[in-house]
Ligand binder design. Structure first.
Ligand SMILES: [Zn+2]
Length: 289
């Protein structure tokens, strides 16, 4: 997507400042920052991503139609922004039926957003499995921000690059979701390993604080190693998360970002014969260690 923070940008605050400068050709540090970004192999903005960000910045969801946006080469482009009539009807339903709507988040985007045509991740239904609308994450967040009356940030990174144990950067995909009663930020490792970190906040929590917590949790996820290569737990405990596996039609337990079946973990039982054991489940927002 091209908006992962470059190395050494100076944390979330620094990244936000960096994006502001990159976005503003008139800023006195624009030229120098653009040059520095290139030296960091930072990829320029995707025009669609910028358009969606600008769109997200327009507050009331029906207002946005056209906007001038700055692109990295210093020129100004006109972006056509989608009207939000479909999202408006979804919001109308939510407002008129406060106890009669729910959302289903689909694991992979399979449909097209009713509003903007991007891949849809969220189905809004009437609690009786009748679909009200299909929305992409961006349109859904704007809708929920309006529904809850909260302000969502203009700029939300969709990727983060964090140094791992060997000093090499590890790329994470970031998803921001606004719910009726809170917000979540989830980072999932891109690639074969799927280490994950998440933060849940209240509807009025500070986004940058959440992002900082997320980065710290990614660092923790990258610093721990519970499993040996042979499938034995190296210490006396292991923490992971449970995820449905379509191929097996069963749940995997993801530890150190790698999937294990319950049966595969079982070999850890006989080697501790006579020991005590604790099995603890925690909901997504809770930290286990
Ligand atoms: Zn959309």
């Amino acid at each position: 997507m091209g908006d992962a923070p470059p190395e050494d940008v100076g944390g979330p605050g620094g990244f936000e400042e960096f994006l502001k400068i990159i976005d503003a050709p008139s800023h006195e540090e624009h030229k120098e920052t653009t040059k520095w970004a290139k030296s960091q192999q930072w990829k320029p903005f995707d025009i669609d991503v910028v358009a969606r960000r600008v769109n997200a910045n327009h507050g009331r969801i029906n207002n946005a139609t056209k906007s001038k946006i700055a692109v990295p080469d210093g020129t100004i482009e006109e972006a056509i922004l989608q009207p939000l009539n479909m999202a408006r009807s979804v919001l109308d339903f939510m407002e008129k039926n406060p106890d009669r709507w729910g959302t289903v988040i689909v694991p992979e985007p399979q449909w097209i957003c009713d509003n903007c045509g991007f891949p849809a991740r969220i189905i809004v239904d009437d609690n009786l499995a009748n679909e009200i609308g299909k929305l992409c994450v961006n349109c859904y967040n704007r809708l929920m921000a309006e529904y809850t009356g909260s302000s969502i940030p203009d700029i939300v990174p969709t990727q983060l690059s964090v140094k791992g144990r060997n000093g090499k950067p590890v790329e994470f995909e970031v998803e921001f979701l606004v719910f009726a009663d809170g917000m979540s930020l989830t980072a999932t490792e891109m690639g074969k390993r799927k280490r994950r970190a998440d933060v849940y906040g209240a509807i009025d929590d500070d986004f940058n604080t959440m992002l900082e917590t997320l980065i710290n949790r990614i660092k923790i996820a990258l610093s721990v190693k519970y499993m040996e290569k042979d499938g034995y737990i190296s210490g006396t405990n292991a923490v992971g998360y449970i995820e449905y596996n379509h191929e097996r039609d069963a749940c995997d337990i993801i530890i150190d970002g790698m999937p294990y079946s319950w049966a595969e973990l079982e070999k850890n039982v006989p080697v501790h014969e006579g020991w005590k054991i604790k099995i603890e489940f925690a909901s997504v927002g809770d930290e286990l260690d």
